[in-house]
Structure formats: C-alpha cells, structure tokens
Design a protein around this ligand. Structure first.
Ligand SMILES: [Zn+2]
Length: 276
C-alpha cells in the first residue's frame, strides 16, 4: 500500500501505543489514536496525565516502529486532554506519512512565563500549530531550569534580560533547529556520571539529558524496558550517594552494539512531602 500523502497538518487517525510516566512517576501504557499528524510530531488524546518535562515513546502497533517524543503543548477536546508531541528525532516517521517539501521555518519571539526571559525561536510545524491554537508553547527554560509555558511576544528579544545575573545568553542557538536547541538546553552541565544498581550489581554509566523526571544512559549491559533499578545521579565514587527507585522506560540497541536507555524516577507513595 502506498504511504499516505498529507497536507500540513493532517487529520489522520492512526492507532498509537504510548509508553510513558505519569505526573506521579508511575509508568503507563495506553492505546489511543492520533488526532493530527505533523512532519515532526502528533497530537493525541490521553487518559493519563503526563508531566510537561517528560518524554514518551510512541509506537505504531501496525509496524512496531517507535519514536521518542516530548510535549510541546496541551489542549482539550470533548473526550479530555490532548497532548501535542514533537519527535525527538525529527526524521522519525512511525506512520510513514509523506509531507510536502519543507517551507521556510517561521521565527517568533517567545517569552518565558516564569522568568520573563525572551528568545528567538524557529517553530517546527507542530509548534506552529499548537502556538496558533493556544498562543502557548511548552519548552525548556535555561533560567528556570525546567519546562515552562512560553508565549509569543512582540517585544524585542534583547530589550529585557532576565533578572538574575548568571550572564547566560537568554537566546540560545538562534539558528539551531528546535530539536537541536532542546537537546542543547537539556545537555547543559550534563556530563554527569550515574550509578545504576540492579540485583545488587552497581554499574557506573555516563548519562545524558538529565531532567527532573529522569535521564538517559548508554551501556554495554542491556536493561529491558520495564526493569526496576536504583539510580544515583550524580554519582561520586567513595562518597555517600543517594539511590532512587527508577524504571527503565525504553531500551534501544545502537549500531555499535551498546544499549541506550531512558530512565524515569519512580516516586514512592508516602514519602516526605508527598502531595497527592
Ligand atoms: Zn524561564
């Protein structure tokens, strides 16, 4: 069968399986359908509530192809929450929908709702869509060190700098693609060593893309998705390290034979400060 050819955005309903961690760090698996498909993402209704900083795996059950995606926005329809997700790898296409040639990216000035820092940002097509629908975009903020709601602003990006004097450039990667920029944001000060403990065996790993919800690491050892481990991030040898309960969200074999893992922390009920 020929691949469907889409205009942007395409209202195409395809089955999708979503694997992720909810607001409380509990892993979930949910079968749903796409509402719209974009060159670099999808919108899907979800019964589970996903934290804005988290990544999920989207799987096409018809060919078992997967893509890692992150949230760029949220809307509602008659059935509940609709999440707008961009593929981490822009070339991912689990549904093999073909799109017309890329048109020039649209640049916007965005303002962080938390610290009011501004940045120029080149919108991907799914970001353009969600910004048009809600006037908001979810993306990481370097100053706030977390995912924030950003709104379009007409003020000059350089007019107002964030209040703190960290000296950081509030407009990172003016020419970087949204995905590269996100990767760059998440990679800040992230050459961190972690320790993964499983069945009493501790393995020290280099980790990347650390966020509040989890991290990624590559190792020769394979930890299958769904494995519960304990993880200490950061990890310092011959020091007291705090291990947290964590779950392997996904495990991908890489061309060099190593395994790339996504890890999400598992919050335990009844811990201090728990706020259901
Ligand atoms: Zn901010």
């Amino acid at each position: 069968m020929a691949n469907p050819i889409a205009t942007t955005p395409a209202k195409l309903q395809f089955p999708v399986e979503v694997i992720g961690a909810d607001h409380y760090g509990q892993q979930f698996f949910e079968r749903t359908r796409t509402l719209t498909i974009h060159r670099n993402g999808v919108s899907i209704p979800l019964a589970n509530t996903v934290a804005p900083d988290s990544e999920v795996i989207l799987r096409n059950p018809e060919n078992n192809e997967e893509a890692i995606a992150f949230i760029v926005g949220q809307t509602r329809d008659d059935t509940g929450h609709v999440y707008w997700l961009a593929f981490l790898d822009p070339s991912a296409a689990p549904w093999h929908v073909q799109f017309p040639a890329v048109v020039a990216a649209r640049m916007v000035e965005l303002e962080c709702s938390g610290c009011h820092s501004m940045c120029a940002h080149s919108l991907s097509d799914i970001e353009l869509e969600i910004l048009g629908a809600t006037r908001e975009l979810t993306r990481p903020c370097k100053n706030c060190d977390m995912s924030r709601i950003w709104r379009e602003t007409s003020r000059e990006a350089m007019e107002k700098k964030p209040g703190n004097s960290s000296g950081q450039d509030p407009s990172p990667g003016l020419n970087a693609s949204p995905i590269e920029e996100r990767r760059e944001n998440r990679r800040m000060a992230m050459k961190t060593v972690a320790c993964v403990r499983f069945s009493g065996v501790e393995v020290v790993v280099a980790c990347e893309d650390i966020s509040k919800g989890g991290f990624r690491f590559t190792s020769r050892k394979e930890y299958p998705a769904g494995t519960r481990v304990e993880a200490a991030v950061p990890y310092t040898k011959s020091s007291n390290n705090i291990f947290c309960l964590a779950g392997i969200l996904y495990c991908h074999k890489m061309p060099d034979g190593q395994f790339r893992h996504g890890v999400t922390y598992i919050k335990t009920r009844g811990s201090i400060g728990w706020d259901p």
